[in-house]
Design a protein. Structure first.
Length: 319
C-alpha cells in the first residue's frame, strides 16, 4: 500500500471518503461521518460568512478529540476540507489560511490545481487530493503537487465527468501508484468493494449521505433521494457553468423543462453567492440513489455499508 494511502486509511472502518456537498455538508454531518469510520468532508464555502470557517474547524476538531479520548480503541477517521480553486472563489486565500492555521489533515481541491496551495498544505504535513474528470486534468494535478486523485466518473452527484469508472481508473492506475478515490454512483458497501477491485483505493460517497439525519438538507430533498432512481437524474451545465447531475423533480419545481435545458456559458462559471441560491433550489444528486431506501442516522447508514462490504467480500471468496 502506498504510504499516503495508508495515512488516509487511518481509523477507517470502511475504505471510503464522504464527498463534500455544497450546502448539505456541515459540522454535524462531518463529525458523525468521522466517528462512524469514514473520512468526513465539507466545502469551505459552506461556512458562511467566511469567519464561520474557523468556528466550524474548531468545533469539528474538539468533537473528534473528545470522541477519541472516550474511544481509544476505535478513534475517529480524519476529516477533509474542500477548496474551490476557480478564480470566481474570492474566499480562497482566506479559507486556505484558516485551514493551514488549523492544520486540516486533508484538503480536497476542485476546479483548478495550484502549486502554491499544495505547498501550503504540505508545509504542516497535510495531504492534498484533487478531483478530476480525465487524464489531462489528472496529470496536471500530480505535476503541480497533489498527493492523490478523486476520479469523478459518469453518474457522480453534482459536478461530474462523462467517462466510465472502468476507463478512468484503469488509465490513471497505469501511470499513478498513489491514492485513487473513485466517485460515481457509489451508495453501497458492495460498490466500495467494486471500486477497489477496479484499482481504486477508496470509494467516494456523496448523494446517499443527503438522506441522513445530520445532513443540512430540507425534508423534501431527503425524501426525493429516497424516492429517486437513476432515471430521475439530469446532466446539465445550466446552473453553474460546469456539467453536473441534478434531480429532475427539483428542476421541474423551479419551472424548467428538464428535457429542454439551455447550455450555459462555461466562461461565466459561478461558485459564489449566486451558486448557493441555485444549489438550494436545484438539488444535486448522483445516479446511485436507487440504493437509498430510507432516511437514517449517519451511524446506522455506515453500519449498513460495512455489513454490505463484508457480505460482498464473503460472496467473492465463496464464488
Amino acid at each position: 500500500m502506498h504510504p499516503i494511502t495508508a495515512r488516509l486509511r487511518a481509523n477507517m472502518r470502511l475504505p471510503a471518503i464522504a464527498a463534500p456537498m455544497f450546502i448539505v455538508s456541515n459540522p454535524y454531518l462531518v463529525i458523525a461521518q468521522c466517528k462512524a469510520g469514514v473520512m468526513g468532508s465539507f466545502p469551505a464555502l459552506n461556512a458562511r460568512p467566511k469567519a464561520a470557517l474557523d468556528v466550524w474547524l474548531t468545533e469539528i476538531k474538539q468533537a473528534l478529540a473528545v470522541h477519541d479520548l472516550a474511544n481509544p480503541t476505535q478513534k475517529a477517521a480524519q476529516f477533509a476540507v474542500n477548496q474551490i480553486v476557480h478564480r470566481s472563489n474570492d474566499r480562497l486565500e482566506h479559507d486556505l489560511e484558516v485551514c493551514v492555521a488549523h492544520k486540516v489533515p486533508v484538503v480536497i481541491t476542485s476546479l483548478g490545481a495550484r502549486t502554491d496551495l499544495n505547498d501550503a498544505v504540505h508545509s504542516y504535513g497535510g495531504i492534498v487530493l484533487h478531483d478530476v474528470i480525465d487524464q489531462t486534468f489528472a496529470r496536471k494535478a500530480i505535476e503541480k503537487g497533489a498527493d492523490g486523485l478523486v476520479l469523478v466518473a459518469s453518474g457522480a452527484g453534482g459536478h461530474a465527468g462523462k467517462q466510465s469508472p472502468f476507463a478512468l481508473v484503469q488509465e490513471t492506475r497505469a501511470w499513478f501508484d498513489g491514492p485513487l478515490i473513485l466517485s460515481g454512483s457509489i451508495a453501497t458497501g458492495s460498490a466500495v468493494l467494486a471500486a477497489q477491485a477496479m484499482g481504486a483505493d477508496f470509494g467516494y460517497i456523496g448523494s446517499a449521505f443527503i438522506a441522513t439525519e445530520e445532513a443540512n438538507a430540507e425534508a423534501a430533498y431527503k425524501q426525493a433521494i429516497v424516492d429517486g432512481k437513476a432515471d430521475d437524474v439530469v446532466y446539465t451545465n445550466l446552473f453553474t457553468g460546469v456539467h453536473g447531475n441534478y434531480l429532475r423533480k427539483s428542476i421541474e419545481n423551479a419551472g424548467l423543462d428538464p428535457n429542454n435545458l439551455a447550455e450555459s456559458d462555461s466562461s461565466k462559471m459561478d461558485f459564489g453567492a449566486g451558486s448557493a441560491k441555485a444549489w438550494r433550489d436545484i438539488w444535486g444528486c448522483g445516479q446511485g440513489i436507487g440504493a437509498v431506501k430510507n432516511v437514517q442516522s449517519t451511524a446506522d447508514f455506515l453500519s449498513q455499508l460495512v455489513h454490505e462490504y463484508q457480505a460482498a467480500k464473503a460472496r467473492l471468496l465463496a464464488a
